[in-house]
Design a protein around this ligand. Structure first.
Ligand code: GDG
Length: 468
């Protein structure tokens, strides 16, 4: 059987007792992919050290081997915080004003991709299939091809692929497009993402469409398709069902008394629209004064990328917004917004989703958004809550029965909150049922299987030699 090699920026090495240290989206997805393959997971250890070794540290855990490398402070600054998170992330999320391009950051990005490729190439066996994840590693296939690696290499892009006019503002855009064409299969979250990248390759690199998502780019064939990522539905459902016993969940529910709960769960990131959402909630209370004291909005927002200045700025903005709204509207016995920056265990999140009458998922742009899917799966069949979902989240394409909103329009979001709170039970069930059925069919296992089957098929077709 072929061995699966997964490459991602960060690697979540489980503890020796088999417990997973990180239960985030990617870790769950990778675990799922390894259920039907023996494998290797390669990437950054999460450690920053002076003079890191190029030799990866190898850690065996059952049928999966982990190979991790450390980064130097300069690598971390240029590759990770710099090019990946201050240039690619904002541009891919249509935030041109927040993008900052520096030649030295881009050189660091290329250097780390080259170092990763050199370290990884030594571990590759002839029958391996390689699956690379996310925007930190766009040039990795080119680097591997340059070292003579001819194995099938697939890439999955977890975030949006923007329209060409947006992507091409990046000074390195041409370089990156040429590099991505060295993957055999490129997976994106949605069909509009597929359209954007394909058009860009056709217009900029004169790629020739071959039908069925395949393109000939510079004499090499690549295939671009959408594979919307799903969640571990069975695991999440079980967690939600058992969450009643959890102390945090129980106490939160008791504290609500008769009040209705609105919930938002997001990493602190400007793509998620947290301050904009708070202003929409403020708007809701302004136009529905009778609902003051009857509704509480809980926003769980663990901090992320704190070393990036735009995230520090966002943190200040959210703190101010919460303070202003709570100060202006709050009463001694009622705080409209409960804002916490602590991360909670997944079972607690599942219980809180279930306790919430409304799930607020209103990113300004999002590749998919797993919180929307988790909220749906956590609901009870006889009394489900209502999802208010941004039409700019990839998830909106699979969840059209949610209340879809434009997150830039706080009046529209405020109106949707009102509609959700007053929605009769029959309509809530009618909207929820097709969504939960779709999430169950199109879960994380379906996603990983589809991608890997497609990538494996490359073995059966005549493959072009790597470019010189
Ligand atoms: C990227 C794309 C795409 C959040 N707070 C806590 C916690 N979380 C978990 C959520 C969810 C995950 O983190 C976040 O997933 P998202 O999909 O919202 O977002 P990104 O991190 O931006 O991920 C995104 C995803 O990749 C997958 O392809 O959907 O569009 O941007 O699972 O539950 N988990 C725990 N405690 C918290 O406090 N345990």
């Amino acid at each position: 059987m072929a061995r699966l090699v997964i490459v991602s920026n960060r690697v979540a090495v489980p503890e020796e007792n088999g417990k997973s240290v990180a239960a985030g989206g990617l870790a769950v997805a990778v675990k799922e992919a390894f259920t039907s393959y023996e494998g290797l997971w390669f990437g950054w250890s999460g450690k920053v050290v002076e003079d890191p070794s190029e030799e990866p540290e190898l850690i065996d855990r059952g049928r999966v081997q982990y190979a991790v490398v450390d980064l130097s402070p300069q690598d971390h600054r240029e590759y990770y915080s710099g090019f990946a998170n201050r240039a690619l992330w904002p541009i891919m999320h249509y935030r041109l004003g927040l993008g900052s391009f520096s030649r030295s950051d881009y050189a660091g990005y290329q250097r780390v991709n080259r170092t990763f490729a050199r370290a990884l190439a030594k571990l590759i066996e002839p029958d391996d299939i390689i699956w690379v994840h996310d925007y930190h590693l766009l040039p990795l296939a080119s680097e591997l091809r340059g070292l003579g690696i001819a194995n099938p290499i697939g890439y999955f892009h977890h975030i949006p692929w923007p329209a060409a006019d947006v992507f091409n503002t990046l000074p390195a855009s041409g370089d990156l497009l040429r590099g991505i064409a060295d993957y055999d299969l490129i997976g994106l979250q949605t069909d509009p993402d597929v359209h954007n990248l394909s058009r860009n390759l056709i217009d900029e690199l004169r790629a020739i469409p071959l039908g069925g998502g395949s393109l000939m780019v510079d004499g090499r064939r690549t295939r671009i398709r959408s594979f919307p990522i799903g969640i571990d539905v069975a695991g999440f459902k079980e967690a939600a069902e058992n969450a009643g016993a959890n102390k945090t969940v129980r106490e939160t529910m008791a504290g609500l008394r008769t009040r209705k709960l609105l919930i938002g769960v997001d990493r602190l990131d400007y793509s998620k629209g947290v301050p904009e959402r708070m202003e929409a909630v403020d708007r809701f209370f302004a136009s529905n004064p009778d609902q003051r004291c009857n509704v509480v909005y809980l926003q769980i927002t663990p901090k992320s990328r704190t070393e990036v200045p735009e995230y520090e700025e966002l943190s200040r903005e959210v703190n101010e917004t919460v303070g202003e709204i709570n100060g202006a509207l709050g009463e001694p016995n009622w705080t409209p917004i409960q804002y916490v920056t602590k991360a909670y265990p997944r079972p607690v999140l599942a219980g809180l989703y279930r306790a919430a009458r409304v799930g607020l998922v209103t990113p300004m742009r999002d590749g998919m958004n797993l919180v929307a899917k988790e909220y749906i799966v956590a609901q009870t069949a006889d009394d489900p809550g209502v999802l208010v979902l941004s039409k700019f989240a990839g998830a909106s394409r699979q969840l059209p029965e949610a209340l879809l909103v434009n997150p830039y329009d706080r009046f529209e979001v405020a109106e949707a909150i009102r509609t959700a709170l007053y929605m009769p039970r029959g309509e809530r069930i009618e909207r929820w049922k097709p969504m939960v059925e779709r999430m169950t069919r199109e879960d994380v296992d379906w996603w990983a299987r589809n991608f890997l089957t497609d990538l494996e098929n490359f073995r059966t077709v005549e493959r072009e030699p790597p470019r010189a």
